[in-house]
Design a binder for this molecule. Structure first.
Ligand code: LLP
Length: 422
């Protein structure tokens, strides 16, 4: 569900016509809907509640869309944050997420990052190797602190989906190998500075079947029993993110959050542990669109090209993951369609937003929306071809604000210098 709807033939974000925003902000720009963000958070939270999971914490995975206004919208609903860097820690705190609701994930945390997170007293570190546990134990001890840790284990489960976003298979870099998991907990128990109180998994992203989750959670239930038999005081289970979303507008059937919550309840509901989740895409993807203008169309030898002012620099997903995003004009039209490759101005053949799309013939300046771009859109942007990052706009009912401005060229070049010998 999202709040991007056509009224009187024109696309709106909640109560704001997109064309009005485009007039005010210029294209390309990202437009987010606060109501949609809230709706997705509440759907998931209610699903967990309805499944009887009273002790729970949803830590929004900030990497999906780390705009401060987006994080703040979710923080106000009670969301925690799943972070993977000091930068994301700073964002989460600045947006109002209390430190005691922040979990620090990631395979390559440095001592400096650990210190920053320890200093503010985050809830939990999700650790991914024995050497990381050692470094954290040492760092925390030096600061006179004890870090609460969950060991991220790799359950070796194929969750399907694109190989670049699979994380829970044995060949992926993530987590502690399944057969080393119990040894990892024993290792942590022997150290000062860390207290191993949780198990963590995250098996991938854009997962469209529920069966892999069930298999993973069942494995976790088994590990939990073994650890408890061994005297470990496990209090939290962090089940990661990964739930898939519809990208095709009308024809996708994404997994149902209620069925997902029921699987958690069935497999781990009587564990007595707090259930933590780290959803990113589920919350943010359908809460954002990328708005772009047609620069011109051209007929190539074999294809029609619709050249727009957004590019792979704004939305990397189509070229990086062969991802499909629904594309439609802002002004509804029943004119005859042609097949178009919707491409950007960047000098790469991979610079496309959609291939072979049925769209009407559009004039220069016509506005086009690329849907489900709220997660892993703006955050993956780059300045390749010395392009300015697209601004971000948040709509909330009939209010709207620019929540990240388009930089100017001065700002873009500010960090660079020509050395004085040149
Ligand atoms: N927790 C951990 C440890 C993760 O690595 C991720 C995503 C999440 C949570 C959130 O997963 P989600 O609920 O969003 O699926 N750039 C790619 C997706 C990369 C996902 C990385 N990890 C894309 O655009 O499809």
């Amino acid at each position: 569900m999202d709040e991007f709807t056509y009224r009187d033939g024109a696309l709106n974000a909640e109560h704001m016509p997109i064309a009005e925003l485009a007039e005010a902000v210029g294209t390309p720009f990202y437009c987010y809907s606060a109501a949609t963000l809230r709706h997705h958070y509440n759907v998931l939270d209610n699903a967990l509640s309805d499944a009887g999971l009273a002790e729970r914490l949803i830590c929004y995975s900030v990497k999906a869309n780390s705009n401060l206004a987006v994080i703040a919208t979710l923080a106000q609903l009670g969301a925690g944050a799943d972070i993977v860097s000091e930068g994301e820690l700073r964002r989460a705190l600045e947006a109002g997420v209390p430190a005691e609701k922040i979990v620090f994930s990631g395979v390559g945390k440095t001592a400096n990052e650990m210190r920053a997170a320890l200093a503010v007293g985050i809830l939990q570190f999700n650790v991914e190797s024995l050497s990381e546990i050692d470094l954290l134990a040492e760092t925390a001890s030096e600061m006179g602190k004890t870090a609460q840790i969950a060991l991220r284990v790799n359950p070796d489960i194929d969750a399907g989906g694109h190989e670049k976003i699979s994380t829970g298979k044995a060949e992926n870099k993530f987590g502690i190998a399944w057969e080393d998991a119990e040894r990892g907990f024993a290792h942590a128990r022997a150290l000062d500075g860390v207290s191993a109180i949780g198990i963590d998994i995250h098996i991938g992203s854009q997962i469209t079947e529920l069966a892999p989750f069930r298999r993973a959670f069942e494995k976790i239930a088994g590990l939990l029993a073994n650890l408890r038999a061994d005297g470990h005081d496990i209090q939290r289970l962090d089940l990661g993110g990964g739930l898939g979303v519809p990208y095709g507008r009308d024809n996708d059937t994404p997994p149902d959050p209620a069925a997902y919550a029921q699987i958690i309840a069935d497999t781990l509901g009587d564990s007595g542990c707090t259930i933590m989740l780290e959803p990113g895409r589920l919350i943010a993807a359908n809460a954002g669109i990328l708005v772009t203008s047609v620069i011109r169309t051209k007929q190539g030898q074999a294809k029609n090209f619709m050249i727009v002012d957004a590019a792979m620099t704004e939305l990397m997903r189509p070229t990086l993951y062969d991802a499909h995003h629904h594309i439609a004009p802002i002004a509804e039209s029943d004119a005859a369609t042609k097949q178009w490759d919707v491409v950007g101005p960047v000098c790469e053949t991979g610079d496309y937003l959609g291939l072979d799309r049925a769209l009407p013939v559009l004039e220069s300046g016509a506005l086009v929306a690329i849907f489900a771009a709220g997660a892993y859109g703006a955050v993956l942007g780059s300045a390749y071809n010395t392009r300015l990052a697209a601004p971000e706009v948040l709509v909330d009912g009939d209010k709207w604000a620019i929540v990240r401005a388009r930089p100017d060229y001065q700002a873009l070049l500010a960090g660079e210098q020509i050395p004085d010998w040149l």
